[in-house]
Design a protein around this ligand. Structure first.
Ligand SMILES: *Cc1c(COP(=O)(O)O)cnc(C)c1O
Length: 388
């Protein structure tokens, strides 16, 4: 087998932590904890139920919520769908107004489009030049019939942070609900839902060293009676999301979130150090630009635009696994909607790469990546001549 590329794509997905794998497989076989958590009449089901509830506490704890406010889903995509469609349907469609932004994940943008088709007015806020949605922008867009605002905590392409507390205050004053897609924020930003004016929040396990296919939606007290289920069949999860609970996935997500909490400060410090090393190496190249606010961000994710003709990112991707700008638009090869919203054109978007760091990133990885990128730039003949 060829040597694998260096992994710089933690924002796309993370490997499952070995400690998480261990608790996960214990929930599969006959000798393990394989029962149906809904089988309350016997020990197999009771044990599975206990494990599910412990995981619920672990997830709640990382984000300052109460366990009963956590609803299991299949991932942040489903959580986003449940939040947006669920609130709109509970209010009643057509009618009303929703605010979101141009730089949301497609799981929000495509769902918002569905709401529009159902007769809901939707405003897509434009980020400021820093890639941030401000409370002022939200305040200006709020209407009397706005019933929901949905904005992300951390942008998945830029790593920029929205001031969700300030936004939440503005939204609360006007009586609307605030949903936050925190798939990129959980475990990287200290979230305190007991204090934050947030009504719904989406989480995913596989961005935080858990498995794919499991996530959760936080449902706060203001949203509880204003949310309609999207998946019916048995009334699991307080009627909000039916389906046999995936014990192994849930237990794994719980463990992953608990690990994120216990290692939070140390991991954050390590990532900051690695990020500084990476930036120092790359920003020494002429013309390299960091997209999004340099301060209001998580250290894990960097979006960098290189000069015209500087290198062929497709060639570089055999040695470094990173996200080209179109990766977040999955099947399509269209330029990133996030970069376009920031004012890039298709050409500069195509010269942009996202490098994201995580738990298994090392100084050696950083140094190798910097050298590889520098070599790729040096071998692009036209560059030095035309660089502005
Ligand atoms: C990854 C991601 C999602 C989708 O999460 P899944 O669990 O893969 O469905 C949604 N929003 C953001 C911001 C993401 O980064």
């Amino acid at each position: 087998m060829n040597k694998r590329p260096l992994y710089f794509d933690y924002a796309a997905t993370t490997p499952v932590d070995e400690r998480v794998i261990k608790v996960m497989v214990e929930c599969l076989g006959f000798d393990g904890n394989f029962g149906n958590p809904a089988s309350s009449s016997h020990a197999f089901g009771q044990q599975a139920r206990q494990s599910v509830e412990q995981a619920r506490r672990q997830v709640a704890e990382l984000v300052g919520a109460q366990p009963e406010q956590i609803v299991w889903t299949s991932g942040a995509t489903e959580s986003n769908n449940l939040a947006l469609k669920g609130v709109a349907q509970a209010r009643g469609v057509p009618g009303g107004h929703v605010i979101t932004s141009q730089i949301e994940h497609k799981a929000i943008l495509d769902t918002a489009r569905q709401l529009q088709d159902a007769g809901v007015a939707v405003t897509y806020l434009v980020p400021n030049a820093d890639g941030v949605i401000t409370a002022e922008a939200v305040s200006e867009a709020l209407r009397d019939d706005t019933f929901l605002v949905s904005l992300m905590l951390v942008n998945n392409e830029l790593g920029t942070l929205n001031d969700i507390r300030a936004i939440g205050q503005v939204v609360r004053e006007r009586g609307a609900l605030l949903h936050v897609d925190a798939a990129q924020g959980a475990g990287k930003v200290a979230i305190d839902l007991a204090q934050w004016p947030v009504d719904l929040m989406s989480f995913s396990a596989h961005k935080l060293y858990g498995p794919k296919g499991i996530g959760a939606l936080y449902v706060g007290p203001r949203a509880e009676q204003r949310l309609q289920a999207q998946i019916h069949g048995g009334g699991h999860e307080g009627g909000l999301r039916s389906g046999t609970l995936a014990t192994h996935q849930i237990v794994a997500m719980g463990e992953a979130f608990a690990l994120a909490q216990s290692g939070f400060a140390e991991e954050h410090a390590t990532i900051v150090r690695l990020r500084e090393r990476l930036l120092e190496g790359l920003l020494s190249l002429p013309g390299v630009r960091l997209n999004g606010c340099a301060k209001q961000r998580i250290p894990h994710t960097l979006s960098l635009t290189f000069n015209e003709g500087e290198f062929n990112s497709a060639a570089l991707s055999t040695s470094i696994a990173f996200s080209a700008t179109s990766a977040c638009n999955s099947a399509s090869n269209a330029p990133s909607h996030v970069l376009l919203a920031l004012g890039h054109d298709a050409r500069s978007a195509s010269r942009t790469i996202r490098l994201s760091l995580g738990r298994y990133s090392t100084e050696q990885d950083i140094d190798q990546a910097v050298n590889l990128i520098k070599a790729a730039v040096a071998s692009a003949p036209a560059f030095w001549a035309i660089a502005p």
